[in-house]
Design a protein around this ligand. Sequence first.
Ligand SMILES: [Zn+2]
Ligand SMILES: [Zn+2]
Length: 377
Amino acid sequence: MNDYYADLGVARDATADEIKKAYRRAARKLHPDVNPGPEAEEQFKKVSQAYDVLSDAEKKRNYDMGADPYAGAGASGFGQGFSFSDVMDAFFGAGAGQAQGGGPRSRQARGQDALVRLDLDLADAVFGAEKELTVDTAVGCSTCHGAGTQPGTGTRTCDVCQGSGHIQQVQRSFLGQVMTSRPCVNCQATGQVIEAPCYECSGDGRVRSRRTLTIRVPAGVDTGTRIQLAGEGEVGPGNGPAGDLYVEVAVRRDQRFQRQGDDLHATLEVPMTAAALGATVPFETFDGVSELDVRRGIQSGEQILLRGLGVTHLRGSGRGDIIVHAMVATPTKLTSEQEDLLRQLAALRDEEKPTGQVANPTEGSLFGKLRDAFKAR
Ligand SMILES: [Zn+2]
Ligand SMILES: [Zn+2]
């Protein structure tokens, strides 16, 4: 035998009002529209069945004397097929279960947000930029000013729903008669029908239009950064307020620099002779040409720092750095004269027969990092 009092969570001497309140509370928590999932659904069936018995004076009396009308039947389909609004309406009158009340809907609505992509060069991200952007969005129809009617014509009351925007239906259920209400298709729930749709916008009150915007891209943006332009998105139906426009930035790959946060990394080829003798090398940055001091004896992988010449921080102030990685270039083609000189040098340095000594790379150098990477495995 089912324990309907326990299912509803009420005492055996609960009043009809308390039983109703308990069911309402349970429906708000367990109705499949509110709480999708098999467990909640099963529980909802159970409390609906309990309510069916305890809310009916005769069934309740029989049950209290030991006769369970659903003994052995399991929780059946009680309460199924009625939306949460329907169940709430059955208790508290039409509209109780809906977020918005009844009545016709406005033809006007807020427009959707729009998203466009903007491709930028790294230099634009470093300093920020002003960019022109062509967008294609809905704008208000200038022929009907959003009304959707052809000039000189109007609207008439929808004869399907008599202007209410909704179609009411009565369904019989264990809750008694349930009034269900659904939006009228004939008038899109507005209660009014356009007699002659505007030829420009076909009654939508808006048309698509292409326009060019100038947008200010702040310094420091990176691929994926979104810039929000309030009210520049799609105008809503019936010339409703426009949504926002989101501009998503994509920074193109740069030939020279790899970005890491707000730092920029570059690799500098240093001729073998310059690496040995030291040199001052012109190096182009986004701020102009810098003189790079390549110290005498520099090794491949050593870094030269250009402080504050990287990308501007998007938030806060200041800029990242440029980090130049030296790469000593070994000559691959030698004239016979160059080869002679190099052989003489090798002889002078006693390097004609290298011994194959294992290097002990310094921390932070390219080879040091390589070694650490292998160690970590
Ligand atoms: Zn129009
Ligand atoms: Zn209608």
